[in-house]
Design a protein around this ligand. Structure first.
Ligand code: PEP
Ligand code: MN
Length: 364
């Protein structure tokens, strides 16, 4: 995919310092005491810039706690008046936007369940016209980068120039230690396509459990995330939603202190050496591509030859031999077996495709 020309009015609104921008607060606003007490503890952490709390909770089944609603917005407003913390909450309908604005919410996030539905995102975009607030767009539940970009574009088209993406992981059918598989390649691709767009990593919804938060936060920083969203509750075990993944403000403080923020660019010497290595990689990639092209040329010749002699495309015995032989050579040279196998399968798939094209061509 090529870079999106549509997000061309983005404003850099996150502070441009080395420290990650941290949004913290409970999964849900549950009571006046919980909001105020959690917020009072969080405001003491200098890295926490924004207080988050869900007011309307999208629950999987109908009998869970569905959020405090407008009452919760009043607690958040009181917290802001007392501490000066900026506020954010999830909005899923124009009514939510209206109520949140009325109670001084400073920025909105659009949840993963809403982002999957372009109708809902469009409705929110219409309601945001003329409203100058930052909007954070979570990734959709499914690993679909186009859907994520589409939602960002819809919101941007409505005149929102202070945007950020929130990476919160994806539903994944295979077993994984995470609640939502991070699939880091997707936010990396998003950054490539939209370099001006800040990305914030929601480590709480990725991990789903306290003990993995630190490792995932460090990984996010090492991949140059611009910020972290972390669920924090003054009494996590008693939380009404997402109790397993919330941490106390004290644990959050310790975790933030343990994170290593590495330099993004490094010294001139470092850049020099890196540039040399990158030039080497560029050269090698060029050679790899040339070799692949040459290989496919030979494949085409074989295809034509098989066709002439009325021989089938797939020669299982030969394919089996290729796999065994190349795996032996490659693993001997230190290449990962699984990686090699995937690569060989890809090459084989393309070879079959080419030969099929040749067979069909000649039928005409
Ligand atoms: C949340 O942040 O509390 C939430 C419901 O997130 P998501 O939309 O990522 O599931
Ligand atoms: Mn949550």
């Amino acid at each position: 995919m090529s870079p999106s020309p549509r997000l061309n009015k983005l404003i850099q609104w996150l502070p441009q310092d080395d420290k990650p921008f941290v949004i913290a607060g409970p999964c849900s606003a549950e009571s006046r005491e919980q909001v105020l007490e959690t917020g009072r503890q969080l405001v003491r952490l200098s890295q926490v810039k924004v207080f988050r709390a869900g007011i309307w909770k999208p629950r999987t089944r109908p009998d869970g706690f569905e959020g405090a609603g407008e009452e919760g917005l009043k607690w958040m407003k009181e917290l802001k008046a007392e501490t000066g913390l900026q506020l954010t909450t999830e909005v899923a309908s124009p009514r939510h936007i209206e109520l949140a604005l009325k109670h001084g919410i400073d920025m909105f996030w659009i949840g993963a369940r809403t982002v999957v539905n372009p109708f809902s995102v469009q409705e929110l975009a219409e309601a945001l016209k003329g409203v100058d607030v930052p909007v954070l767009v979570k990734n959709p539940l499914t690993p679909d980068i186009k859907l994520w970009m589409g939602a960002l574009e819809r919101i941007h088209k409505a005149g929102i120039n202070r945007l950020a993406a929130i990476h919160r992981g994806f539903h994944y059918f295979k077993q994984s230690p995470y609640r939502n598989a991070p699939m880091w390649e997707i936010p990396i691709e998003l950054r490539r396509l939209l370099p001006a767009l800040p990305v914030i990593t929601d480590i709480s919804h990725i991990t789903g459990r306290r003990d993995l938060l630190q490792v995932v936060a460090q990984k996010a920083l090492d991949l140059e995330t611009n910020g972290l969203m972390i669920e924090s509750h003054f009494n996590p075990e008693k939380a009404l939603t997402d109790a397993d993944q919330q941490i106390s403000p004290a644990s959050l403080k310790a975790m933030l202190a343990s994170l290593i923020v590495r330099e993004r660019t490094g010294s001139i010497d470092f850049q020099h050496k890196l540039e040399e290595l990158r030039t080497e990689i560029d050269k090698l990639d060029g050679e790899l591509i040339q070799l692949l092209a040459r290989r496919m040329e030979v494949v085409s010749e074989i295809g034509a030859y098989k066709k002439e002699n009325n021989i089938t495309i797939l020669q299982l015995k030969r394919w089996k031999h290729i796999i065994e032989d190349r795996l032996a050579i490659g693993t001997n040279m230190g290449l990962d077996r699984e990686f090699l196998l995937l690569l060989l399968e890809l090459v084989h798939e393309n070879s079959i495709k080419l030969q099929t094209q040749i067979f069909n061509q000649e039928k005409k």
